[in-house]
Design a protein around this ligand. Structure first.
Ligand code: NAP
Length: 309
C-alpha cells in the first residue's frame, strides 16, 4: 500500500504501540515513527531495541508535527495525555487511541482536541497477556478486528485514511457507536476477564488445594483462565472503572445464568445442562468458522511448551 502518514507519533510504547510500529515499518506505512513513554526505563528499552525511529522525552515533543497521533496508554490516562499534547497538534492531524473502552475515552479526550484536528477513536481487538516495549510483534493485528468509533463531526476523509492504515496492518475495520462498542466488549472481553480473575482468585484461596497441585493439574481448563488473569493489572483496572455500566449489566446477567445452572446441578437436571452446553458449543464453532480462532485441540498448543509462549 505504501506510505499512509508522513509522521506517526506513538504515545505509550507497550504491546499495542510496539506492534503498530513493527507492523507499520513492515509495510512502509509511515515516513517516520516517533515514540514516547512515561518512564525513562521504557524509553531506554525502546531505544535499545529500535522499536521506533526516534524516542523523545515528552508527549508534546512526539505530537508536534505528527500527522497521526496514537494514544496507546491505559484508558484512565488518556485524558491527561490529550490535555498535554493538545497545544502542539498540527492543524489537519488525526488523533486516535487504542483504548479498550470507548465512551469514557471519548468523554475524556474529545474536549481537548482543537478545531482543525480530527479525532477518530479506535480499538484493535487483538492482544496478549504480555505488556511493555518488548512484547509487540508485527503480525498482532492480522485478521483481527479494529473497531473505529468516529465522533460527531469526524471528517470522513480522516476516518478513511486511518481505516486504510489499519487495513494495511492486516486488520479488518468496522465502524460503530462508542456505547455499542462498550456493550459488545463487556460481553466478549471485559466480563470474561473478570470471571477469569475471579476463578484464579478462588483457586488461590482454596487452602485445601496446594499450590503445586493447582499448577500440576492446570491443563484441565484452569490454565486458560490463568493466561487471561495474567493480563496487565493497570490496564484492566482502568477497563472496569471506565466501562462500569456495561460490565455491571453483563455481570448481572451472568450471575442470573450461573444461579440457573447451579440449580440444575442441584436438582440433577441433566437435560438442562446438556441443552445449555450444546448451545454454547455452537458459539465456539461460529468463532472458528469466522476465522477468529483455531479448531486445533488445546488451542493448537504443542506438547512441549514454547520458550516464549
Ligand atoms: P502496555 O504494554 O502496558 O503499555 C502501556 C504504555 O502506556 C506504556 O508505555 C506505559 O509507559 C504507558 N503509561 C502507563 N500509564 C501511563 C500514564 N499514567 N501516563 C502516561 N503513560 C502511561 O499496554 P498495552 O497493552 O499496549 O495497552 C495500551 C492501550 O491499549 C490500553 O488503553 C489498552 O486498553 C489498549 N488495548 C490493550 C490490549 C491488550 O490486550 N493488551 C488490546 C487492545 C487494546 P511506561 O512503560 O513508561 O510505564
Amino acid at each position: 500500500m505504501g506510505r499512509v502518514y508522513d509522521r506517526v507519533a506513538l504515545i505509550g510504547l507497550g504491546l499495542i504501540a510496539g506492534s503498530m510500529s513493527l507492523a507499520m515499518r513492515e509495510g512502509g506505512l509511515a515516513g517516520e515513527i516517533v515514540g514516547y513513554a512515561r518512564s525513562p526505563e521504557t524509553r531506554a528499552t525502546a531505544r535499545e531495541i529500535g522499536l521506533v525511529d526516534r524516542v523523545v522525552e515528552t508527549a508534546a515533543e512526539a505530537a508536534e508535527g505528527a500527522d497521526l497521533i496514537v494514544l496507546a496508554v491505559p484508558v484512565g490516562a488518556m485524558g491527561a495525555v490529550a490535555a498535554e499534547i493538545a497545544p502542539f497538534l498540527k492543524p489537519g492531524a488525526t488523533v486516535t487511541d487504542v483504548g479498550s473502552v470507548k465512551r469514557a475515552v471519548v468523554e475524556a479526550v474529545a474536549p481537548h482536541i482543537p478545531a482543525g484536528v480530527h479525532f477518530v477513536p479506535g480499538h484493535p481487538l487483538a492482544g496478549t497477556e504480555h505488556s511493555g516495549p518488548r512484547s509487540g510483534f508485527a503480525s498482532l493485528f492480522r485478521n483481527r478486528w479494529w473497531l473505529l468509533t468516529p465522533v460527531e463531526g469526524s471528517d470522513p476523509e480522516a476516518v478513511a485514511r486511518l481505516a486504510g492504515l489499519v487495513r494495511a496492518m492486516g486488520a479488518n475495520v468496522e465502524e460503530m457507536d462508542a456505547a455499542h462498542h462498550d456493550l459488545v466488549l463487556a460481553v466478549t472481553s471485559h466480563t470474561p476477564h473478570l470471571i477469569a480473575y475471579t476463578m484464579v482468585g478462588v483457586a488461590d484461596h482454596l487452602k485445601r488445594v496446594t499450590e503445586s497441585e493447582i499448577i500440576k493439574y492446570s491443563a484441565a481448563g484452569f490454565r486458560d483462565f490463568t493466561r487471561i488473569a495474567a493480563s496487565d493489572p493497570t490496564m484492566w483496572r482502568d477497563v472496569f472503572l471506565q466501562n462500569k455500566d456495561a460490565v455491571l449489566d453483563i455481570l448481572g446477567r451472568f450471575t442470573e445464568e450461573l444461579f440457573v445452572l447451579q440449580r440444575a446441578i442441584r436438582m440433577g437436571d441433566g437435560a438442562h445442562l446438556h441443552d445449555y452446553f450444546t448451545r454454547t458449543r455452537a458459539i465456539r464453532r461460529g468463532i472458528i468458522e469466522a476465522g477468529q480462532d483455531t479448531a486445533a485441540p488445546d488451542f493448537g498448543r504443542s506438547q512441549t511448551p514454547a520458550k516464549d509462549a
